[in-house]
Design a protein around this ligand. Sequence first.
Ligand code: PGA
Length: 254
Amino acid sequence: MNAPLIVANWKMHGTRSQCVGLARAIVRQLRKQPAPIQVVLAVPFTALASVKRILRGSRIGLAGQNCHWQESGAFTGEVSPTMLRDVGCDAVILGHSERRQIFHETDAVIAKKVDAALGSELKVILCVGETLAHRRQGRIAQVITRQLRIALKGVGKSAIDKIEIAYEPVWAIGTGHNAVPLQIAQVHRRIRQVLMTLFGKAAGSRIRILYGGSVKPENAAPLATTAEVGGVLVGGASLKADSFLSIAHCFNGN
Ligand code: PGA
């Protein structure tokens, strides 16, 4: 089984020097307490190259928070998967609910990005999740199944080792209201079923499924002992080395 994956999503926070300082603190503290976990930092585009220099020689991965689906072209303001590779990224977050909601990314657009990222040898951390309205309407399974089926349509079995799924209920992101382990386990089991239908039982059961949404040091321990949870995607609490690492260390025993 894969080691738990702990992803920091710094979103649009931090100048280069702030990001470098935070990355340095995380590298230093993880070195002192080596743990059987994988850590990836998803940092703002402008800080990727500087943070990469700090991560050299460590086992911490680097990720972009978005990318375009074309390699190059007249797409003002966009960044391509090749550019992310070039600057030292191993992975990219795609389909984050902030991209879906604020920037109106559709499942079809996310599918194109997934294919392009995999084609550039980037790992994909694909976010899926329902809104509060979906949950109230009892449509969680329907929404998540659609998001997965469309985004992963072009993905062959040989690429599944490059896919991580993050279940991020929209109502839990940045709100302080995290989903409880029972709710998470139910949705993760549904996601697992969909993955096994798409890729077959063996391959579908290998893909890691993370949880994200108001993960904090105070609520991380029960998530770490929930069998269905393969790691976490942490936003706000990843902006301080201490809180990020205390979340990460909850997953040491898994
Ligand atoms: P949050 O963000 O931990 O601040 O809720 C999680 C995310 O958006 O990935």
